[in-house]
Design a protein around this ligand. Structure first.
Ligand code: ADP
Ligand code: MG
Length: 237
């Protein structure tokens, strides 16, 4: 419709894919559970950012997505809230392993995502934890043993723990590659591919990146199935 086109033009949203759903221009129109809406209200956000507005309806259709938007555009909640709803819909036994896996390049980023996940997921009783290197494994292993819905991990530490057979990814059905461009720049591609081999094919895969160079396009082509692509602003690679 005209208003969808106008919203996309105004916010420099370019979508590529079949039957891409209209953006959610308000939080209320997204159909989130009331505890999520309350958490959003509590932090005082007034409207979704463009990447959130356009990514949410796509992610909630359980489709693969490549989202390209610059740093600071609100990508974290773009994948976390649909991830929480995915956890709620499946109600897997968290003792059997996580349902949602988020891969991020650094300890700092993983910790920031974890903070956001706790802030917005706690009232929905979603359990989240963070795995990163440069810290003892003991507490991380104990948290895993307690059972967890959402794991946010750097590829290196997750692979270490997989090799120890202390976590199973066979329940993961929502995989996020956050800051995909940075993860590849840091040389994590082999680690990412090793992790993905442990995850069932029947899954939803979401890739978030600030840039769209050919290395990122290649791994997207290998790991995602008919993704909808969402660009915010100009693409610089
Ligand atoms: P990115 O991953 O794209 O770099 P983040 O997800 O880290 O961006 O978000 C950047 C900042 O914007 C964070 O402090 C986050 O809490 C805030 N933020 C996220 N969504 C909104 C929103 N809808 N309105 C206002 N601020 C938001
Ligand atoms: Mg981010």
């Amino acid at each position: 419709s005209l208003s969808v086109e106008a919203y996309r033009r105004q916010h420099e949203i370019v979508v590529t894919g079949d039957d891409v759903p209209a953006p959610y221009t308000t939080f209320e129109s997204a159909g989130f559970p009331s505890e999520i809406l309350r958490a959003i209200h509590h932090v005082g956000f007034s409207v979704p950012t463009p990447i959130q507005a356009q990514s949410w309806p796509i992610a909630l259709q359980s489709r693969d997505i490549v989202a390209i938007a610059k740093t600071g555009s609100g990508k974290t909640l773009g994948y976390l809230i649909p991830g929480f709803m995915h956890v709620k819909r499946l109600h897997n036994n968290s003792k059997m392993g996580p349902t949602v896996l988020v891969l991020a390049p650094t300890r700092e980023l993983a910790t920031q995502i974890q903070d956001e996940a706790v802030k917005f997921g706690r009232s929905s009783r979603i359990s989240c934890m963070c795995l990163y290197g440069g810290a003892p494994k003991g507490p991380q292993l104990r948290d895993l043993d307690r059972g967890v819905d959402v794991v946010i991990a750097t590829p290196g530490r997750l692979n270490d723990i997989l090799e120890m057979r202390r976590v199973s990814l066979h329940q993961v059905s929502y995989l996020v590659l956050d800051e995909a461009d940075r993860m590849l720049d840091m040389g994590f591609e082999p680690q990412i591919r090793k992790i993905v081999k442990e995850i069932p094919h029947c899954r939803q895969t979401l890739m978030f990146t600030a840039t769209w160079p050919k290395e990122v396009r290649k791994i997207a082509a290998d790991l995602l199935v008919h993704p909808v692509q969402v660009n915010i602003g100009s693409i610089d690679d």
